[in-house]
Write a protein that binds this ligand. Structure first.
Ligand SMILES: [Zn+2]
Ligand SMILES: [Zn+2]
Ligand SMILES: [Zn+2]
Length: 109
């Protein structure tokens, strides 16, 4: 069953109500991303890889204004530009896992 966060449904191996998943479930792993290929929210790239029937695509550089990040703490979305410029949620100020940035290239061009 997908997790409902606000008006959004988060798919994949979700393990709690703040979008932590089987792969990433530390205190700051409270971020889901919408994939451009299918428009679905997933907690991480591995969740998409396991659950989707197609390869994951990355957001192109000109998609910076897309609201593609979902905070599991407040249930609000952020744009790609907001996310890339800060390691905290633009809406509630909660911290995100900085290590997500190590995987930048699996999400963003
Ligand atoms: Zn997809
Ligand atoms: Zn995952
Ligand atoms: Zn937030």
């Amino acid at each position: 069953m997908p997790l409902r966060v606000g008006e959004h449904l988060v798919h994949g191996a979700v393990v709690d109500a703040q979008t932590r998943c089987a792969h990433w479930h530390g205190p700051r792993d409270v971020l889901a991303i919408r994939f451009p290929c299918c428009g679905r929210w997933y907690p991480c790239h591995s969740c998409h890889e396991e659950a989707a029937d197609h390869p994951g695509e990355v957001w192109p550089a000109d998609a910076a204004g897309e609201r593609a990040l979902l905070c599991g703490r407040c249930g609000e979305t952020s744009t790609i530009a907001e996310y890339l410029s800060s390691s905290t949620c633009a809406r509630c100020g909660g911290a995100f896992n900085e290590r997500c940035r190590l995987h930048h290239d699996v999400y963003f061009a």
